[in-house]
Design a protein around this ligand. Structure first.
Ligand SMILES: NC(=O)c1ccc[n+]([C@@H]2O[C@H](COP(=O)([O-])OP(=O)(O)OC[C@H]3O[C@@H](n4cnc5c(N)ncnc54)[C@H](OP(=O)(O)O)[C@@H]3O)[C@@H](O)[C@H]2O)c1
Length: 306
């Protein structure tokens, strides 16, 4: 099969398109023919081994001290079940699925991957029936992260929520979810993303290149830092006394129930992925350069097995 492999940490050029052994499912696994994957900010961070100083050593111990343990990157996918092991009970051949590859041997920058039907760190489910593979592939991580953190902040109907970094993957899902939960949403992004933030549900928008959000009235219930580019001390200036600051630097966990909620909300038309660009496996180096730039709007799709 075609796959992108990397055998050392570094710049996007460490990613190489190669012929790789097609995986064979074990008894508790299914073989997925991948139709679409994504390039996430987590992927580029792993490729470059670009972790904050405090997390650098623990991350290296988990992902490979001197070189990556997992040769194939890619955390999200949508595809079709092509074969199943004898212990698979929840899925059948031909099912259209979406999910993650978290802590598995294989990644999604490939034509095939093996997934268990359930495991501790990652998730898989039937994909939303109304979305195509490309749209489904970019839902799991950004949307589950936004949902996890809004639930942690105990979001309530009628609250005022500010999403800082409303134009990234997590940010675009956070805006849509907060609006769905009945909050009044203020999105903070740069000039070229203001209209997009409004179109996905922000009631008001702030251009961070023109205005300092911390000068707003202090009547917000939640400030959600969706890009890790603001701080609790700054957010506090606009939060009510009992207001909550949440940040994507918080440790999150992938949960089956969250993926099913995301599927349901997508099918109801509540969640729609924002897609910036489509690339092929052959374009992976360029795709990583673009995500490295920090300017991605929503999500970047990798089309595979078209
Ligand atoms: N905790 C978790 O489980 C978890 C899960 C997923 C992601 N993350 C982390 O969350 C962060 C965001 O991930 P993502 O994939 O959503 O990011 P992303 O899509 O790569 O974010 C890019 C967006 O950030 C905006 N941006 C850049 N600098 C900004 C600034 N100074 N102020 C406001 N907006 C700015 C850019 O808009 P402009 O061009 O308009 O500036 C761009 O649209 C990453 O650090 C990632 O590692 C954590």
């Amino acid at each position: 099969m075609k796959a992108i492999i990397y055998t050392k940490y570094g710049a996007p050029e460490v990613l190489n398109l190669t012929e790789y052994e097609k995986p064979v499912p074990k008894d508790n696994e299914m073989l997925i023919k991948i139709h679409a994957a994504s390039v996430t900010s987590g992927d580029v961070r792993l490729r470059a081994s670009d972790f904050p100083p405090l997390f650098w050593l623990p991350a290296r111990l988990i992902f490979g001290l001197f070189k990556p343990k997992k040769k194939i990157l890619g955390h999200e996918l949508a595809g079709v079940v092509e074969a199943i092991g004898k212990d698979i009970t929840k899925f059948k051949v031909g099912d259209e699925v979406f999910g993650t590859t978290t802590m598995l041997k294989g990644g999604s920058y490939a034509e095939y991957v093996c997934l268990p039907q359930e495991w501790k760190q990652g998730v898989v489910a039937l994909k939303p029936t109304n979305l195509n593979f490309k749209e489904s592939a970019v839902l799991p991580i950004g949307a589950m992260t936004a949902l996890f953190l809004l639930e942690k902040a105990k979001i309530q109907q009628g609250q005022k929520v500010l999403v800082y970094g409303a134009s990234g993957s997590v940010g675009t899902y956070a805006v849509q979810l907060a609006a769905h939960f009945g909050a009044s949403v203020t999105g903070v992004c740069s000039t070229s993303n203001l209209d997009m933030a409004k179109s996905i549900g922000a009631d008001s928008v702030i251009d961070y290149t023109q205005q300092d959000y911390s000068l707003l009235d202090n009547d917000f219930d939640i400030v959600f830092d969706a890009v890790g580019k603001t701080s609790k001390s700054k957010a506090k200036k606009i939060l009510k006394k009992d207001g909550v600051f949440i940040s994507i630097s918080t440790m999150t966990a992938e949960k089956d129930e969250h993926l099913l909620t995301i599927k349901d909300l997508a099918e109801k038309g509540v969640l729609k992925p924002v897609i910036d660009r489509y690339c092929a496996l052959e374009d992976m180096v360029e795709a990583h350069r673009y995500v490295d730039s920090g300017r991605k709007k929503g999500n970047l799709v990798i089309e595979i097995n078209k």
